[in-house]
Design a protein around this ligand. Sequence first.
Ligand code: SF4
Length: 385
Amino acid sequence: MAVPLRQVLRVGAYVVRQHMAGRKRYPLVLMLEPLFRCNLACAGCGKIDYPAEILNQRLSVQECLDAVDECGAPVVAIAGGEPLLHKELPEIVAKILARKKFVYLCTNALLLEKKLDQFKPHPYFSWDVHLDGDREMHDWAVSQDGVFDRAVSAIKAAKARGFRLSINTTLFDGADPARVAKFFDAAMALGIDGIMTSPGYAYERAPDQQHFLSRQKTKQLFRDLLARGKGKGWKFSQSPLFIDFLAGNQTYHCMPWGNPTRNVFGWQRPCYLLGEGYTKTFTELMETTDWDAYGTGNYEKCADCMVHSGYEAAAVVDAVKHPLKIAAVALRGPRVSGPMAPEIPLEGQRPAEFVFSRHVQDKMSALAHDKAARTKPDALADAAD
Ligand code: SF4
């Protein structure tokens, strides 16, 4: 099992406590994005084309810790942008670990070898290296030659120093299951602790929409891939029931509150993938978001989504409620043939709303206001007009 036992037990106990307290919605993984700036410019990324003023913003150490405390999720995934560009990241990680949270630090690994000295192996800490396939597949996905080789070199260096490390692989439309299977074999041979995988999804900020997967294609791709992994000992750093869901064997409804996102705009509504408004506090996010308006079957933008940020929470909750079910899947692996679980009907979904630019404009106005306040108090009134 790639998820450490202590994490399984702590997260399981947390879920049980939430249920005993009668909470219907609660966070499991905080997605913390302390910056959007990146040292790559991948075609499938919706972050790095923000205006420079926004790319220059950073969450401070205190803002990151406040987010962790306010949210209370037992797991924190630090993403971005490229988190290693944030100068205070080692301090942020150390202080989150001191709060006994499990930290997954997502990175493209370009700076990993250089910065390894700034971090220490810890039972609650894992690197999560972005690697979308073999050399050709990955360098194509990140739109730059040589990145795969640097990531592999960094993975070896991190493992040699005793760090836990998973790779994070997004599968795009047109992925060849045989080739991805070979890549997973090679990745496991590097001595990594696990594989995180998710289908690419055409969320609204991603400029290269044509390479993302639809639900039916996703399920078939994962079945074809997992069939090739039988008996090979691939370890996934995700719930076995989430992998079973990707293979079309579970009907799960999205639980976007399970993976709330905090970034330089605030708390993102409703999820990591869609930006349909921001709140100042986590409580406001939970209490004022119309959660039933989102998820596959409820909203056109969610129709094809099977991404972990919406559905892994559903798998974790299912696992805690039905331990025998997860034990069976963990033991025999996901079923890769036969009928699939029923799909969620889309007839009742509401049409897409295109609200993206509003929060960018709001943030740009707020930054202009701050700048005016710093440089010329009289200009405040102008900026407010
Ligand atoms: S289905 Fe859930 S995770 Fe996917 S885009 Fe919609 S709200 Fe976000």
